[in-house]
Every structure is written in C-alpha cells, then in structure tokens.
Design a binder for this molecule. Sequence first.
Ligand code: NAG
Ligand code: NAG
Ligand code: NAG
Ligand code: NAG
Ligand code: NAG
Ligand code: NAG
Length: 348
Amino acid sequence: MIALLVLIMKTGTTVSGWSVTFENPNPCALKGSSVEFSCSYNYSNGEIVSKTAWSKGQMKSGIWTRVALSDHPLYQNRSEYLGDQQHDCSLAIHDLQVEDTGDYYFWFDTNMYGRRSKTSLHLYVTELIAKVYPKTVRAGDNVTLECGVSCQLFTTVWFKDGRPVAKPGFQAQAEDAGNYLCAVEGNMAMQSDPVALEVQYPPCNVSIEVSHPGRLAEGSSVNLTCSSAANPAAHSYIWYRRNISSSGSPLQVGVEHMLFLSSVEASDTGLYLCQAMNSLGGNNSTEVLLTVGASYFNHFIFLVGIGVKVVIVVLLALVVIWARRCCSNHSAVDKKEHDNDYENVTTA
Ligand SMILES: *[C@@H]1O[C@H](CO)[C@@H](O)[C@H](O)[C@H]1NC(C)=O
Ligand SMILES: *[C@@H]1O[C@H](CO)[C@@H](O)[C@H](O)[C@H]1NC(C)=O
Ligand SMILES: *[C@@H]1O[C@H](CO)[C@@H](O)[C@H](O)[C@H]1NC(C)=O
Ligand SMILES: *[C@@H]1O[C@H](CO)[C@@H](O)[C@H](O)[C@H]1NC(C)=O
Ligand SMILES: *[C@@H]1O[C@H](CO)[C@@H](O)[C@H](O)[C@H]1NC(C)=O
Ligand SMILES: *[C@@H]1O[C@H](CO)[C@@H](O)[C@H](O)[C@H]1NC(C)=O
C-alpha cells in the first residue's frame, strides 16, 4: 500500500531532477518520408537507467492506452531508437504513413523507480495533394494550382508532365493540357499524385491534305482530307470551292471529314477550303488550289512528243525514199543489163 502511494507520488512532475524534453513537440512530416524526434531525458544523480521505450497513445476498446512501439506490428521495421541509456531518447520513424499521426510518449525505468513521461509529442503526417481548379477549362480561362499540404514547413513546386511550371496560376492555352503534380522543393521523391488538366478549344491549325497533289488528269479521282487540332475533336465540316477567276461567293461542295472527287472534270478546278467545327466554334483552313486538265508542262511534253514523232516520220520517209531510189537505180541497172542480155541474145 505504501509502495503504491510512493509510486503514484513519483509519477507526478514534482520529482526533482526528472524530465523528458522534446526539441519539437509538434513535428509535421510528409507521408513516405522519415522523421526524427530529438529528445533528451534526465533523472536524479545516482540513478541507473535499466530500460527505455517509446509508445504511442491510442484508443483501445474505448480506453486511452499507450502501446509500446516494439509491440506494435505497424512499427516493427519502421521505428529506430537513436538514443541511449544515458540522456538521449531520440527516435526515428521511417516511411511515414498518414495513420502514424498521433501522440508519442517516451518512458524509462531506473534501478530506483519506473517512470513515464507525462508530456507527449504530437506527430502530424501529411500528404501532398495536387489540386487543379478547374480541371476542365476553355482556352483563355484562368487555372489555379493548389498544393494541399497541412503543415507549412515545405516550399512546394509544380511540374507539368515532368517540366517545371513557372506560376501556379495562368490563363489556359491548348498546350497547357497535361498532368500536374506538386513536389517538395529540392526533393522530387516527395511528390503528389498527378492531376490532369483538360483544355477545350475550337478547331485551329485546320489544313487540307490532298491525296494526289499536282495537276489532275480529267477522269481521275482525288481525296481531300480536312484535319485540325481541336478539343473536343471536330465533329462537323463544310467544304467550299471558289472559282479562281470569278469573285463569286464560294460554293458548298461537301460536309464530310473527307471530300472524295471521282472522275474529275475541268469544272472541278478551283480553290478548296474546309471549315472544321466543334461545340466551341469553327475555323477555316487556308485555300488549296486544285487544277484539272493538261498543264503547260504537259502541253510542252505533248508538243515535244509530236515534234519527235514528226522528226521520226520525216526520217523514215527519207530512208524509204532513199532506199527506193537506191533500189530503183539498181533495178534499172539490172534492167539495162537484162536489156543488154536480151539485146545480146537477140543480136546473137
Ligand atoms: C540533469 O539532472 C542533474 C541532477 O538533477 C542536473 O545537475 C543537471 O543539470 C540536469 N541536466 C539537464 C540537462 O537538465
Ligand atoms: C520486418 O523485418 C523482418 C526482418 O527483416 C521481416 O521478416 C518482416 O517481414 C518485416 N515486417 C514487416 C511488417 O515489414
Ligand atoms: C483559327 O485558327 C488560328 C490558328 O490555326 C487561330 O489563330 C485563330 O484564333 C482561330 N480562329 C478562331 C475563330 O478560332
Ligand atoms: C498549331 O500549330 C502550331 C505550329 O505548328 C503549333 O505550335 C501549335 O501547337 C498547334 N496547335 C495545336 C493546338 O496543336
Ligand atoms: C479515297 O478514299 C477512299 C475511302 O477512304 C478510298 O477507298 C480511295 O481509294 C481514296 N481515293 C484516292 C484517290 O485516294
Ligand atoms: C470560312 O469560310 C467560309 C467560306 O468562305 C466563310 O463563310 C466563313 O465566314 C469563314 N469562317 C471564318 C471563321 O473565317
């Protein structure tokens, strides 16, 4: 009974020379990182420390209890006593989890009294949470990035697809779409999960691809494809043709993504343009010239061809005439000879 009373008395703070001091009683750390509790303890001269332990306060069946970290399965390989049996009671906890948040106590036994620290240290484990407001914007709208971290011990920086972001607020452009995350400055290992920003914009960079560039022969076929950058993707198209010479209004010639012209005629010649549209608006391509019929170059080739043919025909004719002449001369000689023979025969 007396021993118990003494024990109760000794657990109080009235015992002189007895103390446990935390350098920082309210540490805050990031999930996944390590934390070190700098701690020192003191006791009366002459006492010898026989045991030290750290414990965590937690509710067990409605009762606030202290569970020694050495008996706690979640801390088995993560807690490391850095102190000693003299005056250092520092502790490290590695690979911090959000559930590690809570009250931690250090206690020690001496050869004279079992003691327990009454004051506790409160650890707060926080996560980096990237927030992008809003997550979907129209080009030109403002975007704000917020790195949610509960203790303001850290300077955070932003990255978009691995590249640093200059400012956590900006007017979104098409190229700002991507995955954003925040990280502790100078420690990329401490980073949030990425958050995607979607930027919507009307079609831009509208262009026409021609399946067969250059002049088209009459009767051939050609495909014109309208491509554009847009978010959401362009869903409707209008194709226009304008006569090169006349200043008349353009003629609507198609409404599909692709304009398929089969068996083209000279009248298909003109300046083609496509308009791409999505829910946010539309935009025009530059005009593309399509020419049907023989080109000047073709005319040239044609004329050269005719020239060559004419030369060949003339040469052939000359050869034939020459051959005729030669042969007819020969036959004339033969005839003469025959005539002579005949003459000879007849005269003989
Ligand atoms: C520890 O306790 C002893 C004896 O009570 C005292 O002389 C000493 O100054 C104390 N040390 C610290 C760091 O409080
Ligand atoms: C702790 O480490 C021991 C030995 O290194 C290992 O066998 C055990 O599985 C680990 N426990 C946890 C919870 O990681
Ligand atoms: C059309 O697209 C160009 C670039 O391709 C862009 O500069 C222009 O703002 C767009 N016009 C509209 C009305 O969206
Ligand atoms: C439009 O083209 C320009 C120049 O090639 C390019 O820098 C820009 O990123 C393009 N826009 C989109 C939304 O793809
Ligand atoms: C045009 O496109 C159609 C369908 O994609 C294809 O069958 C045809 O061969 C293309 N024609 C030309 C001239 O590229
Ligand atoms: C696109 O071209 C069509 C036909 O020339 C014209 O009516 C329309 O106004 C143009 N749109 C833009 C945004 O330039």
